[in-house]
Design a protein around this ligand. Structure first.
Ligand code: NAG
Ligand code: NAG
Length: 420
């Protein structure tokens, strides 16, 4: 009897589970342009770029700490290790270079979109980050000046918020951490609403976030790197049925940038999506990558992590040195941060990554981070050990701006398609 009842239930559920994947039923999140490392006048903002390198290193250091605690060292890539905290004062560029900076206003290399927390909804602008797995926004209890211009979550104004045990803490190494208590509340992004989502209303934020227009971060990576050790927003949305498909798609561009939740937005790309299986458990990581300059393959057989919360592209220092040997006139610009310069008059437009299918080219505009002199410009690929593995590259927005990127929990894969 019991077995039969079970079979009937299963049969009733099957048609739904097996129904075809339909696109166009998801939700669009528009992005706003945010500051990057290129000034309006086209100069490379060296100080800002080094701040970014320090933050990227410490962000992934924290991811590895979380991964070791949640899964164990066996989940690490070859050669991956938890590095000491990166320290801005030890990497800061000399003053003469900072003097090249003409203005604080920067160009569009950073992205953020709207979302809300609570009942009624309290609005925030967050960085949708495929390179981390937690949601945090400033709390009303953050009294630091870094929080002063930001939207703040107030649990007393939400009928659905609940205080939970534990503490959220990420060390950024610039003198402070991002930390706060743990709460659950209703979270809504572009009409995708989930209940009892774990997040942290943070009471301290680090200096590098204070200057940014966004309030916090919404992590879209795997639960294995969650600091809160809880289901991240999109995974909750899938398990609560708030999205039909466990897929989201990114378009990052000068205009019309968008995150699409619950599928891919086929109005933004042409042809089919070239998918590659995720390796490992914490990151949106795909293997078998190569980088080429024109018809020359410079490095191959490496791992890549696709991280929308990072502006540039990082590779192991030796591999990146080999890469720049293929760029005529390129030279090391800053050995600490790993940036290279090249002649602006011949900015490469033929640098491409491939995972065995199409070669996905980085446009000259996306490769060039700005000038440092009348003739030299900085490239978007930097040589830096982030601790993620000796054969692992981290591909940020400088790569993602050239393609439509799909992230699928359903098929555990990352895919690329040509932008329309
Ligand atoms: C802020 O502090 C007050 C008073 O201690 C507390 O009741 C509240 O839960 C705190 N957190 C938030 C996010 O409002
Ligand atoms: C960073 O380095 C400076 C100079 O070596 C040191 O004084 C400071 O304490 C360090 N800060 C952190 C957060 O490690």
């Amino acid at each position: 009897m019991f077995i039969q009842a079970g079979l009937i239930t299963l049969a009733l559920l099957l048609p739904t589970a097996a129904s075809p994947v339909t696109e166009g039923l998801g939700s669009r999140v528009p992005f706003e342009k945010r500051d990057g490392v290129t000034t309006k006048e086209g100069w490379f903002d060296h100080k800002r770029a080094v701040e970014m390198v320090v933050r990227d290193r410490n962000k992934h250091r924290q991811n590895l700490i979380n991964l070791e605690r949640n899964v164990g060292l066996s989940a690490f890539n070859d050669g991956a290790k938890i590095l000491p905290l990166a320290n801005y004062s030890q990497m800061a560029p000399p003053d003469k270079r900072q003097a090249e900076k003409l203005t604080d206003e920067s160009n569009d290399q950073y992205w953020a979109g709207p979302m809300s927390i609570g009942t009624p909804g309290q609005s925030f602008l967050v960085d949708f980050d495929t390179g981390s797995a937690d949601l945090w926004v400033p709390s009303v209890n953050c009294t630091s000046s870094y929080c002063s211009k930001k939207d703040k979550y107030n649990s007393a104004s939400s009928s659905s918020g609940a205080h939970k045990g534990g503490k959220f803490s990420i060390q950024y190494g610039d003198g402070s951490t991002v930390s706060g208590p743990v709460y659950t509340d209703t979270v809504s992004v572009a009409g995708v609403t989930v209940k009892n989502q774990y997040f942290s209303p943070v009471t301290t934020i680090s200096a590098s976030f204070g200057s940014e227009a966004d309030d916090g971060i919404l992590g879209l990576a795997f639960p294995a790197i969650s600091n809160l050790q809880k289901s991240p927003f999109f995974n909750t949305a899938k398990s609560q049925g708030a999205v039909k498909n466990g897929v989201f798609g990114f378009k990052l561009a000068k205009s019309g940038s968008e995150l699409y939740l619950g599928g891919t937005d086929s109005s933004l790309y042409t042809g089919s999506i070239e998918y590659h299986s995720v390796t490992g458990s914490g990151f949106w990581q795909i293997s078998g990558a190569s980088i080429q300059v024109g018809s020359q393959t410079v490095e191959s057989g490496f791992q890549t992590i696709i991280d929308s919360g990072t502006t540039i592209i990082y590779g192991p220092p030796n591999a990146v040195s080999t890469f720049y040997k293929a760029i005529p006139g390129a030279q090391l610009y800053d050995s600490q941060s790993g940036f290279y310069s090249f002649p602006c008059s011949s900015t490469p437009s033929n640098v491409a990554f491939s995972w065995g299918g199409n070669a996905w080219t980085i446009s000259a505009a996306n490769f060039n981070l700005g000038r440092v002199s009348a003739t030299q410009c900085i490239g978007a690929i930097a040589g830096q050990d982030l601790g993620l593995g000796s054969n692992t590259w981290l591909l940020g927005d400088s790569f993602m701006k050239n393609v439509y990127t799909a992230f699928s929990f359903d098929s555990n894969s990352v895919g690329f398609a040509a932008l329309k």
